[in-house]
Ligand binder design. Sequence first.
Ligand code: XLS
Ligand code: NI
Ligand code: NI
Length: 461
Amino acid sequence: MSSFAPTSDNASTTRASYEAFDAKNAEFFKGISKIPFKPEAGPTESLVFKHYNASEVVMEKTMEEWLRFSVCFWHTFRGTGADPFGFPTLVRPWDDGSNSLANAKRRLRAGFEFFTKLGVKYWTFHDRDIAPEGRDLAETNRNLDELAELAGQLQQETGVKLLWATCNLFAHPRYMNGASTNPDAHVFAYAAAQVKKGLDVALKLGAENFVFWGGREGFHSILNTNVRSELDHMATFFRLAIAYKNKIGFKGVFLIEPKPKEPTKHQYDYDAMTVIAFLRTYGLEKEIKLNIEPNHTTLAGHSYEHDIVMSSAYNMLGSIDSNTGSPDLGWDTDQFPMDVKHATFVMQVVLRQGGLQPGGLNFDCKVRRESTDLRDMFISHIGAMDTFARGLKVAANIFKGGDMAKHVEDRYKSFRSGIGAKIESADTSLEELEAFALSQGEPERISGQQEHYENMLNYYV
Ligand code: XLS
Ligand code: NI
Ligand code: NI
């Protein structure tokens, strides 16, 4: 922040009050208890689930098993509400704003109280979210070890597990020109060292996946960029990570998270199909799947569910960063997903592929900078969890109803016999198809019935 920043955001909070949170039994979210399921609650009651009932069985699995919710540490425990025009607004009573290890530990303990009270079984983090950088890489690694030790204890005590870990290869100035696609080999090596450590920590904490979001892997200007060389380096980076993963016996799934722009103008991992093409080009498609964030999908100019549908169609959907953008804005607003139709689209795909495991629905979302109360942290997650519970139920009803699937199936029935069956099995030729067209004349016009499908969807929602 600029020199206009207030000297202390927490001027009214004394050191002693931060330290009170260091006590063994300190409670961070006083007055908020474990969020109950209360379906009869009215519209103004906010600290209850009205739809999400973890143990309720939907199509042979519990809601908890289908949805596999996770809270992300970066937005929910490191977000300050600062934006390019304004200072932090989200001042948490336990956070003294410093980079000390003591502060990092308080945040982590606050995090686990939050996960537990909310009732989610998973969390996610970047290495630098949980532990500060030190003066050099060795000290940074020691800081990370110390916090990972505490994270391990807290996981043990609460039963909360790590959905995925990732490395922040974009915030530090050393990465301003990229990490694995940096034109400087020294930076590539530094990023590799960071990922090596990140994988050690992921192994130790039992991460079920490991995410690579290409934060600054891209370019602002083609004038200073050799794209082929950068993409080759990125592929090498993944190969090295795969080799190390196998060496240490880390079983988590590697996931790439596509995003078309921001922070660079052209990100290499533009969208699902671009990433799938990259993986296949470099022979990495068996080793790496995708983590799809719908807000990134819409930034790429696609509809909300597009990349989830596309990656699932190719068996490449590993996990979802369940958030949403503002369709009228051109950046990653990371809002909580509150739209039941969107959730229905997503859950239809998830049901169809039999679940997301070992992936999940990670809330890569932040409360608005104006939502300054501690309870807003809960209300936002509860609302999104209820939204997805409804999406799951609607998707299950559509599935059980069977009529929409039957309509789609019927649409393709011409491929089941005759010339269609030959096309289906790729057992024909242009000559044969020409003979067919000449003898059969003009094809009949068959309605696509989009509005009928939309009406059927509305029947279920
Ligand atoms: C940023 C990304 C990031 C990844 C993890 O836009 O969504 O938060 O999920 O690095
Ligand atoms: Ni994300
Ligand atoms: Ni994002």
